[in-house]
Ligand binder design. Structure first.
Ligand code: KG4
Ligand code: ZN
Length: 347
């Protein structure tokens, strides 16, 4: 079965053609980094407008690179939740219009669940129940998966997502945007010499992710506690006063603390349930320190760890097409009245 996957939940306009949920014929991703860089974060209205301009050329390119004709497609999948509502609407409108004009099935998928489908694109076969860990710019969550299409949310972040925290940490350290890869790069030159907090769990409480305390601790560690002078908050020093060594040591300290927090959630899930495998996805899974920590946890627990190829860690259309294929195979299609939603399985 040949499926076109369409993705536009945040700032990547993406489309891919995938056969039988595993063979990727094409995977086109148009990043909008250059449009948002001056704001240090994604501006929803700019993202939506860029999706409008780029969506059809990206879909056309995906079909051309796959060397197929649109009439050969068996179905169209789109990420319709969660995400920026204006951005999602562009993808869903394009996908529904194409499905209607080609008279083929249409299926709307959860973006977070699609991240957990990404390791399957390389042909990895997953044993269920699996623990799914999604760490991206918008989400940090643990899910219990009983199949690629059936999952329940175990826990999610109470505040920032891990990727968002990496982005804000890079902004505090004046490293640039998007921050994840820049923090990782700086960490390689530094040592985790500064002690930053990890969220604690009360014995009676269930686990939740939280990254805002870590982010604030980094801010105060780097710039000192702010004081109000003439009604304006003033820090003791500026991040620009840090030496490159100090900047890299702070980056390494932040990275280690963020990775520890992510791993603490995985430990909690394993203490409370049994899983035959661990599946991970989302932009932050591109981080080598996190990959290594997860790998050693998995080895220690004699549990297979399924990691996506680097290109399928960040937002892409192939993971949408793959999950769409799994749903279409079970005749789980959507009608053309389906719309977008800012909330999904883990939000
Ligand atoms: O999954 P994704 O492409 O988009 C969302 O669904 O949000 O994830 C993007 C996030 C950004 O916050 C980016 O800083 C982070 O993934 N990221 C990383 C790395 N590469 C991307 N974070 C840490 N280390 C990396 N190497
Ligand atoms: Zn994503």
């Amino acid at each position: 079965m040949l499926v076109l996957g369409v993705e536009s939940s945040c700032d990547e306009t993406a489309a891919a053609v995938v056969e039988d949920g595993t063979i990727v014929y094409s995977n086109v991703v148009a990043s909008q980094d250059e449009l948002h860089i001056e704001y240090g974060g994604v501006v929803p209205e700019i993202a939506s407008r860029a999706h409008v301009e780029r969506m059809l050329p990206v879909i056309k390119q995906a079909i051309e690179q796959a060397n197929i004709k649109p009439e050969q497609l068996d179905g169209i999948a789109v990420g319709n939740r969660p995400g920026l509502i204006g951005a999602l609407l562009v993808g869903i409108t394009a996908a529904k219009s194409m499905a209607w004009s080609l008279d083929i099935p249409f299926v709307a998928v959860d973006h977070v669940l699609a991240h957990l489908y990404a390791p399957t694109l390389g042909g990895q076969s997953i044993d269920y129940p699996a623990l799914g860990l999604v760490v991206s710019g918008g989400h940090t969550a643990l899910l219990r998966l009983t199949s690629p299409v059936e999952a329940t949310c175990i826990c999610k972040t109470l505040d920032d997502a891990a990727g968002e925290a990496f982005d804000k940490a890079a902004s505090i350290l004046e490293l640039g945007w998007p921050g994840g890869p820049l923090i990782e790069q700086a960490s390689r030159e530094g040592e985790p010499v500064f002690r930053l907090p990890r969220p604690k769990k009360n014995k009676s409480e269930s686990f939740h992710y939280s990254f805002s305390g870590l982010k604030t601790a980094l801010l105060y560690g780097v710039k000192g506690i702010p004081k109000r002078v003439d009604g304006v908050l003033k820090y003791e020093r500026e991040a620009s006063e840090l030496s490159r060594k100090e900047q890299c040591d702070w980056a390494a300290s932040f990275q280690v603390a963020a990775v520890d927090s992510v791993i603490n959630g995985v430990k909690y899930a394993f203490e409370n349930d049994e899983f035959k495998s661990i599946v991970i996805g989302g932009g932050v899974t591109a981080n080598t320190c996190l990959r290594e920590a997860l790998q050693s946890f998995a080895t220690e627990h004699k549990t297979p760890l399924h990691i996506p190829d680097f290109e399928y860690c960040v937002d892409n259309g192939a993971m949408i097409a793959g999950l769409g294929n799994a749903l279409l195979s079970q005749k789980m299609t959507n009608t053309l009245s389906t719309t977008a939603s800012p909330k999904g399985i883990a939000s």
